[in-house]
Design a protein around this ligand. Structure first.
Ligand SMILES: C[S@@+](CC[C@H](N)C(=O)[O-])C[C@H]1O[C@@H](n2cnc3c(N)ncnc32)[C@H](O)[C@@H]1O
Length: 241
C-alpha cells in the first residue's frame, strides 16, 4: 500500500482536510486572529451604519493599523477552498492578499494532495507579513507548493507565466476589480475565481460583483461563508456581454 497522507481526523469534533502539522499551524494563526477581533470591531464601529446598508467605506486612512492583523479566511472557507482546488486540480493557483498565510496553507495543501505538480503564487505588500507567511507555510511543510511574492499585486501579478486555474481575491476590496482584470486574460477554461468579504464590504465590491453577474463567461454563486463569499467558474469560450 502506498504511504497515505494522514489527515487530522478530529478538530473540534469535525473532520478536517489538513494533515496534523498544517492543522496545528492553522490553529495557532486562527487563535491569534481571534484575539485581534476586538481591535477590528473598534476600528469598523464608526463605519457600521454604512457597512450594514451596503455602502462603500473609505479604506485609505491609517492603513498601518493592518500591518500586524491576520484577517484570515475562516476554517470553513479554508476547508471549502481546499475541496474546490483539490477537485479542480490544475497547475497554477493565484492568491491576491496572503497576509500571514492561512489561505495559502489550505491552497498549497490542496495542490500538494492533488499531485498535479502545480503551485500557488501568493502576493502580499506588507514586507513583515511576507516573512511570517513564508515561515508559516514552511512550518506547515508546504514551501515546495507555494511562493509568496512581495509587493503590490498590481505589479507582482503582471506577466504571469502560467495559465491560472484558481484565483482567490482576498486583498483590499477596492483593488479586487483591478486584480481580476489583470489576471483575467490568463484564466484557464473552468478556472475558479473566489471573491471573499462580499458580505462585509458589499458597497466596495458592488461593481465587481455586478461585473461577475453580468458577464456571461462567469457562472456565479454567493455562499454564506464568512458573511458572503462569491464563487465563479470562468468559461473561456462563452461570448462576453
Ligand atoms: C484579508 S487579508 C488576506 C488574508 C489571507 N488571504 C488569509 O486568509 O490569511 C488582505 C491582505 O491583502 C494585502 N494587500 C492589500 N492590498 C494589496 C496589494 N495591492 N498587493 C498585495 N497585497 C495586498 C494586505 O496587506 C492584507 O494582508
Amino acid at each position: 500500500m502506498t504511504k497515505k497522507r494522514q489527515s487530522s481526523k478530529v478538530f473540534a469534533d469535525r473532520l478536517t482536510v489538513l494533515d496534523p502539522v498544517a492543522q496545528r499551524v492553522i490553529d495557532t494563526l486562527i487563535t491569534t486572529a481571534n484575539a485581534q477581533r476586538a481591535q477590528l470591531l473598534k476600528r469598523y464601529l464608526p463605519q457600521l451604519p454604512a457597512l450594514l446598508m451596503g455602502r462603500s467605506i473609505n479604506f485609505k486612512e491609517k492603513m498601518s493599523f493592518y500591518d500586524d492583523k491576520l484577517l484570515p479566511i475562516d476554517r470553513e472557507q479554508g476547508e471549502f477552498l481546499y475541496m474546490l482546488l483539490r477537485s479542480r486540480g490544475g497547475q497554477c493557483a493565484v492568491e491576491f492578499g496572503t497576509s500571514f498565510g492561512v489561505s495559502s496553507i489550505y491552497l498549497a495543501a490542496a495542490i500538494r494532495d492533488s499531485q498535479t505538480g502545480g503551485r500557488l503564487i501568493g502576493t502580499e505588500m506588507v514586507a513583515a507579513k511576507v516573512v511570517s507567511a513564508r515561515a508559516n507555510i514552511a512550518a506547515a511543510g508546504l514551501s515546495t507548493y507555494a511562493e509568496v511574492r512581495e509587493g503590490d499585486a498590481r505589479l507582482t501579478l503582471l506577466n504571469l507565466a502560467c495559465e491560472v486555474d484558481f484565483l482567490l481575491l482576498d486583498g483590499w476590496p477596492t483593488l479586487a476589480m483591478d486584480i481580476l482584470r489583470l489576471v483575467e486574460p490568463k484564466l484557464s477554461n473552468n478556472a475558479i475565481v473566489v471573491l471573499d468579504n462580499v458580505g462585509h464590504f458589499r458597497g466596495n465590491l458592488r461593481s465587481l460583483t455586478n461585473y461577475l453577474k453580468e458577464d456571461r463567461r462567469y457562472v456565479v454563486s454567493e455562499l454564506p461563508l464568512h458573511g458572503g463569499m462569491i464563487i465563479a467558474i470562468f468559461k473561456k469560450s462563452c461570448p462576453q456581454l
